[in-house]
Design a protein around this ligand. Structure first.
Ligand code: MN
Length: 194
């Protein structure tokens, strides 16, 4: 991994103080992963991350993902994160960037649905277009999700929307009914106290 790709990530953090990872590679040949981290920073949010070219493309979603296709959730694009971030849980110390507890709310593999269309867009092309469509195979979330860029220029706003498919369910609300870590079962409070 070249240093320049993750420069913004590294510039924001003091790795002598935070236990967040600095880097990480993954084995080739595996399906790409997604992870959603619940992060109790200044304001609680969910960090939605997709593996693309050995980094985690990332969006901060204040209200978290919905399973209801009628709901549009604001997703603010943030800096790429290193692959090792995908299983990071812990408390970022006070005074550091993003101070507060982090847990892995959901994770699994994903498929690029736009690669399956006639135009066959790669994830890099889909990101450039501002029109991403992925099929998630997670524990809490499954099925198609679209990320649509609405902001122009330096405006980093996107929308995260559940696509209409057999996994859509307007009655589920996993953000409130399944609040804890999918890796450890821990709550944000438990992680903050560790
Ligand atoms: Mn965050």
């Amino acid at each position: 991994m070249s240093n320049s790709v993750l420069k913004e990530y590294r510039d924001k953090r003091n790795f002598r103080k935070t236990s967040e990872p600095t880097a990480g590679e993954r084995q080739a040949g595996n399906e790409p992963i997604f992870v959603i981290q619940k992060h109790d920073a200044r304001t609680l949010h969910y960090d939605f991350r997709l593996e693309v070219d050995s980094v985690l493309k990332s969006w901060a979603v204040p209200k978290g993902p919905s399973t209801d296709p009628r709901v549009r959730r604001l997703a603010v694009a943030v800096e790429d994160h290193p692959m090792d971030y995908a299983d990071f849980e812990g408390a970022i110390p006070d005074g550091e960037y993003g101070a507060g507890a982090v847990l892995v709310w959901d994770t699994g593999t994903y498929r690029n649905l736009r690669a399956e269309e006639d135009e066959a867009a790669s994830m890099v092309e889909a990101l450039k277009d501002g029109r991403v469509a992925v099929w998630l195979e997670g524990v809490k979330l499954r099925g198609g999700y679209a990320l649509i860029r609405t902001g122009k220029g330096d405006d980093n706003r996107w929308l995260l929307i559940k696509m209409k498919d057999e996994e859509a369910d307007a009655r589920r609300n996993p953000v409130s009914t399944q609040p804890n870590s999918v890796l450890t079962g821990h709550s944000l409070e438990e992680i903050a106290q560790q």
